[in-house]
Design a binder for this molecule. Sequence first.
Ligand code: ZN
Length: 266
Amino acid sequence: MHLSDSHCHLQDPRLRGSLGEILADCRSLGITRWMVNATRETDWQAVSEIAHAEHGAYAAYGLHPWWQKERSVHWADHLEQILRVNPQATLGETGLDRWMEAPDLQDQTAVLDVHLELAAAFDRPITLHCLKAWPELLAVLNRHPRRKRGLLLHSFSGPPEQIPAWVRAGAYFSISPHFLHPRKTRQRAAFQNVPLERLLFETDAPDMAPPENMMLRRVPHAPLSAWNHPANLRLCLESMARDRELSQEKLALQVEKNASLLFGWI
Ligand SMILES: [Zn+2]
């Protein structure tokens, strides 16, 4: 059985120092591919290095709403250049966030527009972050011409009734082990409405940890309060197989097929 982590941050300093050990642990549990998402212009180089060095690691480049204010004036040219020379590079993580302190939705939208234009121009999938701005995000997507390649709504927490509209927009939806917290029951239940052929698994490691008592592995030297280890991806498979009343083998096969289709891992 093989599994792919469709959204994580292996370049994060909390993981990078122990990356060899962490990925060996993952591989021993059948986790063999990772879409490593940048969050700011200053981590694009680290993401690129990991994608070159680690078999099964792939790169996504973008500006996360929390870090957009740090961007250089040349960020869009820089991003375009990366896409031009890396045919496998994808876009992410970017999106809209109204949950953060003092959100500037106008600036976030302008940055998102550039990512979407590049995704269309270079025919690449894009990974989107969204907190408390689901109608606005769908409106932005619908303003752009429909891209040939799909998009990933990572840690989808939007309203279940919006899922069909997202499916029509080409969306895939990834669930993280963080949704196993009892306070996230509503978000986890929403995934019952996601078509099986649009479901993906992610960890968002080192963030979005599962409940402490469910941790399968711990990041070396992590404080007790839990950095998320990418091996916790297995919890997505176990919980979704239970929720959907499917065998883990059958579900893993379908989710791998989905990841391959979205990211072009053929
Ligand atoms: Zn993330």
